[in-house]
Design a protein around this ligand. Structure first.
Ligand SMILES: Nc1ncnc2c1ncn2[C@@H]1O[C@H](COP(=O)(O)OP(=O)(O)OP(=O)(O)O)[C@@H](O)[C@H]1O
Ligand SMILES: [Mg+2]
Length: 376
């Protein structure tokens, strides 16, 4: 089988990687993750029941930096899918990577969606289906008509002498409008959408498998930082804050009076070390990092107060998880073991990709989780 590593290069897009096998005819599974600063695609097939990498593509853009300079765009924090350019970019990537499959799974960010665990009295399955629809109204702050709802029974507390027992139901609600936007984007690229789910649901599938350990999974993206708790194999809390990687670039650029592009490079090269090297940077960067670490601590505390379970580790993914020194910084602050996500741990891939997967593998967590969705 032929193997190729193609590098796209245009003035505008940077760091693009496309890998493809030119596989023939076998059934494959596609996941597309559209972020603010990047698009990631993963295609998997099955080999003796195990998922095998067929293609991946990552395309990052400096273009989102333009948005940072445009104050009105920043205040409005428009969520338009990749500024309306996603269609063109996905088409190009799919063409370059020779992806033939016509269906994909897609993920939406937790921002503007809802995820909560509902506690309901013990009941049978038919009653539960009705109760969820009814109870959801109490948990979701907008009209259910505007939302698509999904739920999953994730635990139960057995009845005792004084208690009839309880069910824990994970409720996810995504705005219809958002779903339509993703379906349209896919349709315009010639793809049908098989499923849409929350990004953190996809990441949980790729990163946790059936690991029951109480874990924080942390996505440090361009625009949002998403903090989630996975416990006993299920996602339980997912919360996003707007302090994120692009804010670090912005304050760095202001503090040092350098261009956003230079600040972006400096952030990637030197990471947290710039704080020590440039004292004027510490006073602007540290408060941002502390907003993120204290939000993580709050979520850990919230989970502990609800379940009395202690979080044992934190897994980082998303582009800025690669920022030099960030894991060490959070680990010290939060006194917790931090590891980089390895969504390839259960996936077969060619040996020659080992170095690149070590470097950028964690960025494919959501796309791989999406592709894995229909394989299990
Ligand atoms: N080596 C690195 N060091 C520091 N930051 C990095 C590094 N590599 C990428 N980043 C940052 O990661 C961010 C992009 O991450 P990612 O691709 O996860 O975002 P996204 O999914 O497009 O955005 P979002 O999820 O917020 O919509 C950018 O802000 C970029 O500056
Ligand atoms: Mg993202």
């Amino acid at each position: 089988m032929d193997k190729h590593l193609l590098i796209l290069s245009t003035s505008f897009w940077y760091n693009p990687h496309v890998f493809n096998f030119f596989g023939f005819g076998q059934k494959t599974y596609l996941g597309i993750d559209i972020g603010t600063a990047s698009i990631k695609i993963a295609e998997l097939s099955k080999e003796k029941g195990r998922p095998k990498l067929e293609n991946y593509a990552i395309l990052e853009s400096y273009k989102f930096l333009d948005v940072l300079t445009d104050d009105s765009a920043m205040t409005n924090r428009s969520r338009r899918v990749f500024g309306g350019e996603a269609t063109e970019m996905i088409k190009r990537l799919i063409g370059k990577a020779n992806i033939a499959v016509k269906e994909t799974n897609m993920a939406v960010p937790i921002f503007s969606s809802f995820l909560t665990v509902m506690d309901l009295p013990m009941m049978n399955e038919t009653e539960l289906a009705q109760a969820v629809q009814f109870e959801a109204r109490k948990y979701v702050p907008v009209s259910l008509e505007q939302l698509v709802i999904d739920w999953n029974l994730i635990g139960q507390t057995p009845p005792t002498a004084n208690d009839q027992g309880h069910l824990q139901v994970l409720l996810v609600a995504i705005p219809r409008e958002l779903i339509d936007e993703y379906v349209d984007t896919a349709r315009n690229t010639g793809l049908a959408v098989s499923a849409i789910e929350l990004e953190t649901v996809s990441a949980t599938r790729a990163l946790m498998g059936s690991d029951p350990t109480p874990t924080v999974i942390l996505d440090v993206g361009a625009r949002d930082t998403t903090i989630s708790i996975v416990d006993q194999g299920f996602l339980r809390i997912s919360h996003s804050i707007e302090t994120s990687s692009e804010d670090l670039t912005r304050v760095l650029s202001k503090a040092l009076n350098i261009s956003l592009r230079r600040a972006e490079e400096l952030k990637r090269e030197r990471g947290v070390a710039v704080i020590r090297e440039e004292s004027e940077v510490a006073s602007v960067i540290l408060p941002l990092l502390d907003i993120i670490s204290s939000s993580i601590q709050q979520i850990i505390d919230l989970h502990h107060s609800k379940t009395q379970r202690k979080i044992e580790k934190l897994i980082m993914y998303g582009g800025a998880a690669n920022m030099p020194g960030l894991a060490e910084y959070f680990s010290k602050k939060l006194k917790i073991d931090i590891t980089y996500a390895n969504p390839f741990s259960r996936i077969i891939y060619p040996q020659k990709l080992e170095p690149i997967i070590k470097k950028i593998g964690s960025e494919l967590a959501i796309a791989l989780g999406l592709a894995l969705r229909d394989m299990q």
